[in-house]
Design a protein around this ligand. Sequence first.
Ligand SMILES: [Zn+2]
Length: 313
Amino acid sequence: MIGSYFKRLARQNNMKTKHGVAYGDFRGYAVTFRDGNSTKYIDITTSFPEFADRTALQSELRCVNLLKQYNIRELRFYDERIEIVFLDILSTRKKLLSFIDYFFPILDRYNASKINICPRCGQELGYSSGWMLLDNAAYHMHDTCMDSMKMQTEREIAAEREADGGSYLTGAIGALVGALIGAVPIAALRYFGYSEYIFGALTGLFAYLGYKIAGGKNARGKFLIVFVCSIIGILLGVFGSDAVYMMLAVKNGQLSPMTNKDIIPGIFYLLATNEEYASDCDLDIILNISLALLCMSVVFRNSRNKRKIKTLE
Ligand SMILES: [Zn+2]
């Protein structure tokens, strides 16, 4: 995400905007601007030919009260990147500019690599180079270095997933329990003739939470598992209310000679023969599933692995 302040700053410096960031040449360095959640980020993709320079810069920065002076919450050093996280409050706009005036000359002094140098290999950039977005920072580097960095990142993501230690099976059990918790209010509201759709949406959320709490594996299959469990919860909720209704009617002898074991086949029979009942159920189920899906897409979007790789140019 990029707000109007960074957009303007980027325009003034002939930087480009793409995939929610502004990037390009800023004061001779490969710099990325972006807005976070109540934060502003400046990333400088650079490396130090001498490790001693980097540690000297870090110790110089320790002498400055970055939070008080520049509203900086964090300043992190990575292998080929420096990330500065500002608190996004009113005074930050002014302080951000004074930080830029303070910080970029220090980078020069400690020989941080500039935009014409590949931060990965430290060699000058020629024709076969480009821009890549990784972890929301734009890297200007050789095509071959880009490929190796992509591969390294993919390996790291796979290792993180592996280390996560989750399992699809326990996740599915958790999602099912969550979906059943959603099914109870659906059945109850339908039974008493109220609209139950809010719980259709919540069934998607409950199934997702169940999956997470039960330690479900954080990989591609989780969406499908949570979705299938939500559908099961919704079906149980929708038909559960009718089953309870029929059970009570059987108990009172209103459906004689039907017994409890005839209830499930009875519902199937109604679905097959009674058009009005079938279309009522279909509508309810479709609406509930759509709402659960909508709710799921919101929570999944927010829980997605933040590490993304994109080619910028
Ligand atoms: Zn390179």
